[in-house]
Design a protein around this ligand. Structure first.
Ligand code: PHE
Length: 339
């Protein structure tokens, strides 16, 4: 009988499997309540006295071998399962990858940057929290200048010299202070004005302003540049310049692009006139050049500025400017197919 048990020990030692069910069957066979060990332990009392010691040791050895085996196999199979769950079922079809969407403001901004970069403009940026000098004074708007009221300004209360920039012309001042002509730069960015929030206006919006300074820059250069822009941006080359006023440019103009009156939307967008106002522009006032350390006798230049939000609303037929900052996914995901 002892030989038989020794055989069983060898068998148990050699046992291996990948299936949990087989491990359980093995356990029942050896260690179960009707298992082999139970039977051999019951046999103990019938064993001759001089064999009792060896018999006892051998069945204990069988018991230990079987227990160790069950534990080892269980552990092995469980750790395999764990690694399986880390990788999941590799044969399953993949999860579809959600394609992100660019914000309509970014789409329009990138288009504008792209168009101007093709004619040699670089991109410049500056701080949203500005000082009075860069937002106003350097731009020919000294203290108490009535035109300051044109731009309802948010001041940082503890210091009237610090404010939220009302336009990105402040970036152009910084650029002129730090760079020598020829200068060709556009400055996209967020600007702030203390206006009531409605479907048409917000207390913050985005601009791209452009600046070109060199020897002999003329108003004709400005017009040509704008025409190039509207052709590339909207596919419309007919523009008109209406005389206007900005403290930092002289002469100044408002730029309208002829949109046409072909569809009902054209009528709505242009209020039945066919013309759409898209930006302000002008020849940089010599005072501004001097304020920024550029010799106004040698150099001249033009500047222009447009609101990105308004253009995004127009191009994408969005009826409420507040949608642009609410971050409603149902709105944003509609721009997936755009640039
Ligand atoms: N800074 C002006 C504005 O915010 C726009 C502008 C820029 C006008 C440059 C003329 C020249 O309204």
């Amino acid at each position: 009988m002892i030989d038989k048990i020794k055989e069983l020990i060898e068998e148990a030692e050699a046992f291996t499997t990948q299936s949990k069910e087989e491990v359980e069957a093995f356990r029942i066979k050896y260690l179960g309540s009707k298992g082999l060990l139970k039977a051999y332990f019951a046999e103990f009392k019938n064993v001759a006295n001089e064999q009792k010691k060896e018999f006892g040791q051998t069945i204990n050895q069988l018991k230990k071998t079987a227990e160790d085996k069950v534990n080892a196999l269980k552990e092995e199979l469980e750790s395999k399962e764990e690694t399986k769950s880390v990788y999941g079922d590799l044969s399953r079809p993949g999860e579809p990858i959600e394609i992100g969407a660019r914000h309509p403001i970014s789409i329009v901004k990138n288009q504008i940057i792209d168009i101007f970069s093709r004619i040699g403009f670089n991109v410049s940026e500056g701080p949203e929290i500005e000082d009075d000098w860069h937002n106003f004074t350097a731009l020919n708007l000294p203290e108490y200048h009535p035109a300051r009221d044109m731009q309802d300004t948010f001041f940082i209360q503890t210091d009237p010299d610090i404010l939220l920039r009302t336009h990105t012309s402040s970036v152009q001042v910084r650029y002129m202070e730090n760079n020598k002509p020829p200068i060709r730069t556009i400055s996209p960015g967020r600007v702030f004005r203390n206006e009531a929030i409605s479907a048409r206006s917000h207390c913050f919006f985005h601009q791209v302003e452009g600046l070109y300074i060199d020897k002999d820059v003329s108003f004709a250069d400005l017009k040509q540049t704008l025409q190039y822009f509207t052709t590339e941006m909207f596919g419309k080359s007919k523009i008109r310049l209406r005389p206007s006023y900005f403290p930092f440019t002289e002469p100044s103009a408002e730029v309208d692009v002829y949109w046409g009156l072909e569809t009902e939307t054209d009528y709505k967008m242009t209020k039945g006139t066919g013309w759409l106002e898209i930006m302000g522009c002008g020849m940089v006032d010599p005072n501004v050049l001097e304020n920024c350390g550029i010799d106004s006798k040698t150099y001249s230049g033009f500047a222009f500025g447009m609101g990105i939000d308004r253009i995004a609303l127009l191009l994408h037929q969005i009826s409420d400017i507040r949608l642009l900052s609410e971050n409603d996914v149902r709105f944003l995901e509609q721009f997936k197919s755009a640039l």
